[in-house]
Design a protein around this ligand. Structure first.
Ligand code: B12
Ligand code: SF4
Length: 603
């Protein structure tokens, strides 16, 4: 039990409460006044808390992002919110007030994820939603007797909710203060995300009419819906958008890309005033998405979905994360070029970050891959864990490069030149993002990164008539030598494991002489300067020609010999046994394996 020391002169008065939103200490995330006006809006944590505070109490908000904290202020209770990046600053602020005998309560994502840590720095911690416990905190505070922890048993009702006290935010400091939340929770459980753990694994939606009442009371024309996925429940979203339309507001929000699969939903969103959507694409690799439990994002639908959203005049802010277990140095350039190709107006790049309270954090901790717990570095712009395929420095430099490159004027122009309206808004947004990006250190892509980008390619098949099926394909065709459904392309997938100094090359599709020649030429260029091991995997080859194999192993024999000791061939003999037998003389100096080597572990 912590005792609250109310100064004697206050005993007859009601509580005077100061709620504080700490600013991130990292200069890269600190925004200039102009950037705040172009990009920033206040989240709803403290405005909601203020609205839950009984009227007879005095409550005020300081958002340190837009104004300084008065540490000498005469108050009875301080409430601090905070994400993980704010934790250290929150504790410093708490210390300053506690030093003066003013008790401090902390809540929000970080304190809820690590309540014991927070408690060591403040007088009381609210774990989870505050709706049903805040009044108890205040009653106890008035009595001068705070419990160490307050935790609501379940989740709060979404009906008859208070309207956040937006009037307490500093006027003119934000892009907009008109923020609204229509739902809480998420039925998915992406392993890097905190939302499901915190708000539960369903969409809890407010009654649409109550949302509309709140919207009607907002003075600004631009609203931000802070929902994690405004279209998560399509039926609810359709009703909301339909009823929102006559209010003639403009709005921005976050959605999953699944919005593009439902043309009616997309149309209603645009008609109701949707001007921009933040879409969590996260990765261009299906393997990464699967591992992060986000496989409802379909990479092969990205281009088409983005086009549909653009066709409705909606600007796209796309969240893309670097550092997943299947990301090598090739990810940076691939992602930047993808954003240019699909004309994403505002790419938002992040470094994968193990936030406490997420399954990803638990996994990284169990694997001993967390580098440190200096929370102020958990910005999403700094490497705080050991990536699997890259060194920490490579991930950091690649992220810095990608962030600056995507906001270079060359890339901005490529992304913005399309027939959509609001060119000036899109340009203003880009200029603000550019300022933020240019605060990152200048970095260059490594030669390997550029090489990976060049090697990951496809070659057309021109001599279809020369192809015969491999063993796996024959087995698939039930033993018939049928050449139905020949893939007319050789796909080359390259992954570089910097930690093992190995280049893994996976071949898929068909292999005729021409494709083999083009592939070998690319490999030659690369191996001329790279000293890494080279693993070529034939498992995905379905059709091949004898000429292709001859070219690769007989005509290029001398070249292959030079790679002695560092070249491995996988599943060649399993796919084409007779041929490997006859090629034995030629490939005797290469290691040939019939199975893929076990997934490399981090040394
Ligand atoms: C809007 C939003 C933003 C806005 C914030 C604008 C701003 N002014 O800060 C933008 C888009 C810029 C943003 C950025 C980031 N965000 Co954000 N954001 C959100 C989002 C979607 C909504 C926040 C909100 O308004 N919620 C509604 C309020 C009512 O809920 P609440 O904050 O949880 O508050 C309740 C309780 O927690 C409690 N409570 C909260 N504070 C306090 C304080 C006291 C004293 C008490 C008693 C109770 C209490 O009471 C409230 C009512 O129940 C949340 C997800 C979510 N659904 O909350 C993510 C979220 C908060 N963001 C998150 C993250 C990681 C970030 C970034 C670090 C991402 C990045 N790498 O860049 C940045 C940091 C930016 C910065 N410098 O501050 C994480 C935080 C996880 C964590 N452990 O830190 C969340 C949870 C999303 C996620 N997917 O995991 N974000
Ligand atoms: S990232 Fe989005 S979809 Fe995934 S759990 Fe978080 S809120 Fe849900």
């Amino acid at each position: 039990m912590a005792w609250l020391r109310i100064p004697p002169q206050r005993k007859d008065r009601t509580l005077k409460i100061r709620l504080i939103d700490p600013a991130s200490e990292e200069s890269l995330l600190r925004h200039s006044r102009r950037e705040l006006k172009t990009l920033w809006f206040a989240h709803l944590s403290l405005t909601t808390l203020a609205a839950l505070t009984p009227e007879e109490m005095e409550v005020a908000i300081t958002d340190e992002n837009v104004e300084p904290i008065d540490f000498e202020e005469d108050v009875d209770l301080v409430g601090i919110t905070g994400m993980t990046i704010h934790a250290q600053r929150a504790y410093e602020i708490a210390q300053a007030f506690r030093h003066r005998g003013i008790p401090v309560v902390m809540g929000g994502p970080h304190a809820s994820a690590l309540p014991e840590e927070a408690k060591a720095n403040v007088d009381a911690v609210v774990i989870g939603e505050a709706e049903n416990v805040w009044k108890n905190v205040l009653t106890d505070a008035k009595k001068g007797r705070l419990e160490p922890f307050y935790r609501e048993g379940g989740f709060c009702s979404m009906k008859s909710r208070v309207h956040p006290r937006l009037d307490l935010l500093k006027k003119g400091a934000y892009l907009t203060t008109s923020c609204v939340q229509t739902s809480r929770g998420c039925p998915f459980s992406c392993d890097f995300c905190y939302v499901t753990q915190f708000f539960g694994n369903t969409y809890r939606c407010r009654p649409v009419d109550e949302v509309l009442n709140e919207v009607k009371g907002l003075k600004e024309d631009l609203i931000v819906f802070v929902d994690d996925n405004i279209t998560g429940n399509p039926r609810y979203a359709k009703e909301l958008f339909t009823k929102l339309t006559p209010l003639k507001k403009q709005w921005a929000g976050q959605s999953s890309l699944t919005i593009a699969r439902d043309s009616e939903l997309l149309k209603l969103a645009a008609k109701s005033g949707c001007v921009s959507l933040f879409l969590g694409l996260e990765s261009l690799s299906s393997q990464n998405l699967r591992a992060a439990r986000k496989s409802f994002n379909k990479v092969n639908e990205y281009e088409d979905s983005l086009k549909k959203i653009h066709d409705h005049g909606i600007m796209v802010l796309a969240g893309l994360i670097f550092g997943f277990d299947h990301d090598d140095e090739g990810v940076f350039e691939r992602t930047v070029r993808f954003c240019e190709k699909t004309k994403i107006e505002a790419p938002c790049f992040f470094i994968l970050t193990p936030l406490p309270g997420t399954p990803f954090y638990d996994r990284m901790k169990a694997e001993g891959r967390i580098l440190h717990k200096s929370w102020k570095k958990y910005t999403g712009a700094e490497v705080v864990f050991r990536p699997k395929l890259m060194a920490e420095e490579t991930l950091q430099n690649g992220f810095n490069w990608a962030s600056r490159e995507t906001y270079s004027f060359r890339s901005i122009i490529k992304r913005l030149v399309h027939p959509q309206q609001r060119f000036f808004t899109r340009m203003a947004t880009n200029l603000a993002f550019r300022e933020v990006a240019r605060r990152k250190p200048k970095s260059h892509l490594t030669r390997t990164a550029r090489m990976i980008h060049r090697l990951n390619t496809s070659f057309s098949i021109r001599e279809k008539h020369t192809l015969i099926p491999t063993l796996s394909r024959s087995a698939f065709e039930k033993g018939q030598m049928a050449v139905r459904g020949i893939t007319e392309v050789l796909n080359v997938h390259v992954t570089h494991n910097e930690r093992l100094n190995t280049l893994f090359v996976r071949l898929e599709g068909s292999l005729d002489r021409k494709a083999a020649e083009e592939f070998i030429n690319r490999i030659k260029e690369t191996t001329e300067w790279i000293q890494d091991k080279l693993v070529i995997d034939f498992t995905g080859i379905e059709f091949f020609s004898m000429k292709a194999i001859h070219l690769m192993f007989v005509e290029n024999y001398n070249k292959l010999r030079q790679l002695r000791g560092r070249l491995q061939i996988i599943n060649l003999s399993a796919q084409i046994p007779d041929i490997t037998e006859s090629l034995k003389r030629y490939i005797s100096e290469i290691e040939v394996f019939d199975e893929i080597s076990p997934t490399p572990q981090i040394p």
